[in-house]
Write a protein that binds this ligand. Sequence first.
Ligand code: ATP
Ligand code: MG
Length: 421
Amino acid sequence: MYRKVKGTQDFFGIEAKKLRHLEGIIRAVIEKFGYEEIITPIFENTEVFVRSSGEESDIVSKEMYTFDDKGGRSLTLRPEGTAPVVRAFLENKLYARRALNKYYYFGPMFRYERPQAGRYREFNQFGIEAFGASSPYLDADVIISAAEIFKALGIENIKLKINTIGDFASRAAYSALLKEHFGKGISSLCDDCARRLDRNPLRILDCKIDRDNPLLKNAPKIEAVLSAEAKAYFQKVLKILDASGISYEVDPNLVRGLDYYTDTVFEFILESDDELGGLAVCAGGKYSDLVRSFNGPDIPGIGYAFGIERIIAIMDKQNLFPDLASRADIVLISLDEEAKEKALLLARALRGAGFYAELDYQNFNLKPQFRLSEQVDAKFLVIIGEEELKNKQLAVKNALTKEQELIPETKILEYFKENLN
Ligand code: ATP
Ligand code: MG
């Protein structure tokens, strides 16, 4: 027996419907904010991710599914959505379409991680990217859109954590401060952090292994070196969130796992006592220099990504899915070859009129056909036998009331238009 690859999932039945259901809700919200869908390939040249996320990020240093294709190119299954969207934005010169470009995406991402609650090797993300404005109003509007999505899904107990990691000058000064601070306690940090110390000390604040090390908790805060402009920018973002009634907690240790962020960074975390508590459901930030680092024009961007599997798990716990089971309107039951053909044609006509019609393709006995009706929870049964064929009539049975009546063939569509809905 073949088994699925570790950390992957099959979606079928109600689980597949849940995915599509929340996708529909999210689309409806985000399109009102002016975002258009963008669909990029599942794999990219490896360089796209290495260049953007940074060699020291968890994603690039240990989580990527990278392979050489038969032409010897190094390709990577996308671990995240921002770098591909930036690549597409530049390659297709989307910046020439208009000054402000807003895109959203849905799709699978791949990361070699240890599978556990809410953590898979293939998982789905919904994300947005907005290019072309460096403004606290845009940053706030992006965060508001995420909050609106949580509201539309009905999800409660979500906490917004927000921070600024400053502009480039602030970040450089902060890196120097952190290097000095962490340098003193280097032996108490994990091997990855020892490596990060020289190359990217900011990354240490985001380490999952050293998370509880006092050295991290007592690290100097960006506040100390934040430029006046970066400070004012962040205060403005917070002020707009206040005015929008969106509550948040400023978390000075929040730096996010990728190298490309500047200024505003944020995460929406689930607050609960179960295994999902503390997990980030949505995370993002502003990236002023990512487009330029791809050899593009100097255009700032900001975005976020939601983890769809985590949303499904939370919505399951909070009982937020409606009844998604689909019931057949009509099952056509046929008792001989001629009737079977009639059933197939009638099913086609009924479907054409907008009904969900089903039939058994191989049985002529009643029992398996009744069983099928139960499995698809049919509302009506139409029974076609010798007698019915002869009289051009159909026996229609209401599955709930068990009442049965004879309806002339020519009147059947009309009958269901009246009796279903
Ligand atoms: P974490 O800190 O949980 O590892 P991350 O910082 O790596 O998250 P991002 O790269 O910001 O996550 O991805 C955005 C969102 O995608 C996360 O907030 C989370 O909801 C979801 N996500 C990330 N990795 C996984 C995974 N392996 N399985 C399922 N969902 C994931
Ligand atoms: Mg991660």
